[in-house]
Design a protein around this ligand. Sequence first.
Ligand SMILES: *Cc1c(COP(=O)(O)O)cnc(C)c1O
Length: 381
Amino acid sequence: MSDQLGFSTRAVHAGFDPDLQTGAVNVPIYASSTFAQDGVGGMRGGYEYARTGNPTRAALEANLAALESGTYGRAFASGMAATDCAIRANLRPGDHMVIPNDAYGGTFRLIDKVFTQWGIEYSVAPVSDADAVAAAMRPNTKLVWVETPTNPLLNVGDIAALAEVAHAGGAKLVVDNTFASPYLQQPLLLGADIALHSTTKYLGGHSDVVGGALITNDQEMDAKFAFLQNGAGAVPGPMDAFLTLRGIKTLALRMDRHCDNAETISEFLANHPKIAQVIYPGLPEHPGHTVAQKQMRRFGGMISVRVHGGKDAALAFCAKTKIFTLAESLGGVESLIEHPGAMTHASTAGSALEVPADLVRLSVGIEDISDLLSDIEQALA
Ligand SMILES: *Cc1c(COP(=O)(O)O)cnc(C)c1O
């Protein structure tokens, strides 16, 4: 579907037209691992075996491509499976990649614990400083890996500037767009080569399915992703693909509410005496505010705070909220709170990526703002 159409129109319609036989307006959950052939090699609808391709997954993949204004979309069993595929499609032993100095803990763990065993080298650099990223590149750098905003410190990288830096050094730019979602930011339009998602988060949006995605305009790159989907097999099942598509239809509505609530909460926290620092790209004092304004529609639903009183105060805040549920993950309709140092980012302990002990991360949901504010107020009292 053409990207002349508006974002929400694409979110609702891209990837599937009403079924010719039944008129069903939603793609069926094709619970079939294999597809009958009319004679050897005579595939009826382009499908032979569901690891290679499944119609429900194909509808999701076409939808994901349309959301990112990209040409090709590929769905994976998780965000980490997508990460694994993006790295293996681009790096060989002896190659090097640059990663954020505050990368998602799981991304760091995969690269540091698994890929280094296979001869892949990495350096860390702050995504907010394109010159530092350029300085971290080497002649054998094949990928520059960026999250923006980053998880959990919400640093903002200038995607267009980082694309120039990566390309000048002969590398590809991957943007993990999980925190922004394609509604708020579209990396391919800013020069990135690959947009990556944990669809588990805002795209699925209801904390009921795990998945990942890679979107690109590069046909050769997409062919490598398709080869690895089939060859390594980390694909989502049809029920997961259906749930993710169902979530995507309301992405724009949900994101606007996430942003409304997060803007109000960030201002409330910025004036709270128990809070030492509020990290939210929508606040004018955030160092990445101007870049975020330039490349994002709004500033997202994630807020991190540093609490006066160190780790104990941070843990107490997490323990006392009632509507904000203490849990890992983010991007669902329900508000969540967590302590990155002990939870999502525990794997960074002792490394250059270690997060502050007084840090608390909020995934602001779509509940009534008055209830969310009262909950935070009583938890900090
Ligand atoms: C959650 C997350 C991932 C990993 O995705 P899974 O679906 O949990 O495998 C990758 N990047 C970011 C920024 C994330 O928040």
